[in-house]
Design a protein around this ligand. Structure first.
Ligand code: ADP
Ligand code: MG
Length: 675
């Protein structure tokens, strides 16, 4: 189990962890970032940068508390960076807080640093060592070299870290061989370090400062209010400077002069990575390179301190100031040796063709497409393709490509949304018409016979009365009955016509001839103050139409126009051939009352009428709509109140062979089951 792991369900796919992970030990799988233990160096960068708290550090608090409850002798080995974390308490108060947690001994790791400092100085003085030495107290640096730069292992100082040095020393003392030892510090990589087979068993657990504060909370310990007790021996000297940059060099009295050509100090994530990458390219001339992945341990991931960097640094220096000087020759001799191993997990190096193929999956077809924007977390599109091929990344992780796709689909959605709305409206309309067709067919048939009887007998009655009372005239009531019954018959006829529209009988028709015929008849019945104007496009070919039905459709439109001009006006009927779409456009423009906006959407709805009772049936436009639709045409309206209305009909100037198709369309869509 790795020290750091992803928390399921928290990842929001920002890829910040991938971007910041120095070794790309993150695998994005099913949209979630997971930590790859084989590559992870437990630096905690991903924990630090993830603001979704989607990365979790192994928690050792309960394991430690369980052990403390049963152990006779237990050591808290406190990292020298502690004053930066427990800044509200004095060192003595911190010590007492650990005793309250249950530790029998509380010792400063700085003593181990003294041992390592002296060892480093010895290594430097060893004439047998001819290559630059990289110091090894930082477990992240060790992890980086073992897992990612194993060719540098030969340069790693073959010594343990200060806490392991201290543990080895303590275990060599009488009675402490099997004592329970817990390292307490700011570093999560220490949790991995103590498990390394080379050193396992020296330190039993690692608690981070953050975990300690969690335990304080659980146990109600306020360290700043404790009287305080001193650390247990052994006592360090200036080794307390270890968590600062160059600390090892100062502790070992190797030198701190920045102009000293023998030494180099590397600290921080970027510098460390740059140094390791370039080491073999240009082998450093320095004899010893002190290197810490964080900006000193006071910057460790779990330092858990709000203090500014320099303030943290000052806390360490203050404590160093209180230290006595330790003569290296007074330090005990402890075996500090350890080995490092090549732990690199090899990954396949994909061939160029594979990379090209994968890049195409996220829209990289040419070098210009390779933006290398880093949004996916990888520095280049190629790196990302490599990661995809190794199963660590998903092709979808490309932000520019996602945006491109999104824009495309939003664009498509916009078009189809409009079309969808239109289609939906038409569907609703045709559904209404279909059910109306069914209803009207039934009702009209039922009404037709009794109505025929009423009309027949009322007419007979009217005639008989006329004959009998030649001089006195007939009672008005009878005339009303005949008139109203006639009106009923017209309505029923309309309904029957409507229901009968299910089949088109098409032939080639010259539209202008049809229109002229209709207008001729209309002129006869229309008031004199209405002028009819026509403009016919001579290029309009003859259309395949059902002349009876189209006549009815046009008649309805013209009737309405006439009715909309009670005080007179002009009706212009215009035809136009649209060759591009092979359509005939027929315009009926009147100068009548116009239609208010609220009514515009209802015009084609069956039974919608603004005409008074006994005047309109509200079926005219619904019928026209149905007829035109069955011809695969369209009808639209534009209107301005008090100015006039224009109905525009579009009919296909179609070929004859489409007839059968049209018929089946009509049967299947418009008037299902009506006949
Ligand atoms: P009806 O004519 O029986 O009322 P229609 O379906 O033919 O039924 O027309 C529905 C309504 O549409 C009419 O009542 C009228 O309000 C309106 N309308 C139709 N054509 C016009 C037009 N040219 N000018 C103004 N209003 C119109
Ligand atoms: Mg009408």
């Amino acid at each position: 189990m790795g020290v750091v792991k992803g928390v399921s369900g928290r990842c929001k796919r920002c890829y910040t962890c991938v971007r910041n992970c120095p070794v790309k030990a993150i695998c994005v799988e099913a949209g979630e970032a997971k930590v790859l233990e084989d590559f992870c160096v437990s630096c905690g960068t991903c924990v630090r940068v993830c603001n979704q708290k989607a990365k979790e550090v192994e928690d050792s608090t309960s394991a430690v508390m369980n052990r403390l409850a049963v152990e006779q002798t237990s050591f808290a080995l406190i990292a020298p960076s502690f004053p930066a974390s427990f800044y509200e308490s004095t060192p003595k108060q911190v010590v007492e807080s650990f005793r309250l947690l249950g530790f029998t001994n509380v010792v400063e790791v700085a003593y181990g640093a003294e041992l390592i400092g002296r060892e480093s100085k010895r290594l430097l003085a060893d004439p047998a060592i001819k290559k630059p030495i990289i110091t090894s107290p930082c477990p992240v640096v060790v992890g980086l070299i073992e897992k990612h730069f194993p060719e540098l292992i030969e340069h790693l100082a073959p010594v343990v870290s200060p806490v392991l040095a201290l543990a080895r020393y303590l275990r060599s003392l009488p009675g402490y061989k099997d004592a329970y030892m817990v390292f307490v510090g700011p570093c999560i990589a220490k949790k991995a370090e103590i498990r390394d087979p080379e050193v396992v068993g020296l330190v039993n657990h690692v608690l981070t400062f953050r975990e300690v504060k969690k335990l304080y909370k659980d146990k109600g310990i306020v360290s700043s209010q404790l009287p305080g007790t001193p650390f247990d021996p052994p006592y360090p000297g200036e080794g307390r400077v270890f968590p600062l940059m160059g600390g090892i060099l100062k502790t070992g009295n190797i030198g701190t002069d920045i102009l000293d050509p023998r030494i180099a100090i590397i600290e921080g994530y970027h510098e460390t990575m740059e140094f390791l990458r370039n080491f073999k390219v240009s082998i450093p001339k320095q004899e010893i390179i002190d290197i810490l992945y964080c900006r000193g341990c006071i910057d460790g991931v779990e330092i858990d301190s709000p203090l500014p960097f320099l303030e943290k640094r000052k806390r360490i220096i203050d404590l160093v100031g209180e230290s006595r000087h330790l003569n290296p020759s007074s330090l005990p001799e402890v075996d500090l040796h350890r080995k490092f191993h090549d732990k690199r997990r090899k990954v396949a190096e994909p061939i160029e063709e594979e990379i090209i193929e994968v890049m195409q999956l996220f829209g990289k077809f040419s070098p210009e497409d390779e933006l290398n924007c880093g949004a996916c977390g990888y520095p280049t599109c190629r790196e990302k393709a490599r990661a995809v091929l190794n199963g660590f990344a998903e092709p979808e992780m490309c932000l520019p490509e996602i945006i491109k796709q999104l824009e495309k689909s939003v664009g498509e959605l916009r078009i189809s949304h409009d079309e969808l709305k239109k289609a939906q409206d038409e569907l609703v309309q045709s559904e209404k018409l279909a059910s109306l067709g069914q209803l009207s067919a039934g009702v009209a048939h039922e009404l037709n016979n009794p109505l025929g009887g009423i009309l027949l007998f009322s007419n007979l009655l009217l005639e008989r009365l006329r004959e009998q009372q030649k001089e006195g005239g007939v009672p008005e009531e009878i005339e009303v009955i005949v008139k109203e019954a006639t009106r009923c018959r017209n309505i029923v006829r309309g309904l029957l016509n409507f229901a009968r529209q299910s089949k088109l009988q098409k032939s080639k028709i010259a539209v202008e001839e049809l229109l002229s015929e209709i207008l001729e008849i209309e002129k006869r019945s229309a008031p004199n103050n209405i002028i009819f104007v026509t403009h016919f496009d001579k290029s309009l070919p003859r259309l395949m139409l059902d002349p009876v039905q189209v006549r009815q459709a046009f008649t309805n439109i013209i009737h309405n126009a006439v009715e909309a001009m009670p005080d007179g006006g002009t009706l212009s009927v215009t035809t136009r051939y649209i060759s591009a779409s092979q359509q005939a456009e027929i315009n009926f423009a009147d100068t009548g009352t116009g239609i208010s906006e609220e009514f515009l959407t209802k015009l084609f709805t069956p039974f919608f009428t603004t005409k008074g009772i006994g005047k309109g049936t509200g079926l005219g436009l619904a019928i026209s709509y149905g007829i035109i639709k069955m011809h695969r045409g369209g009808i639209t309206v534009q209107s301005a109140v008090s100015k006039g209305t224009t109905f525009t009909v579009l009919l296909p100037a179609e070929q004859e062979f489409e007839d059968n198709l049209l018929d089946s369309f009509a049967k299947n869509t418009m008037f299902r089951g009506v006949r």
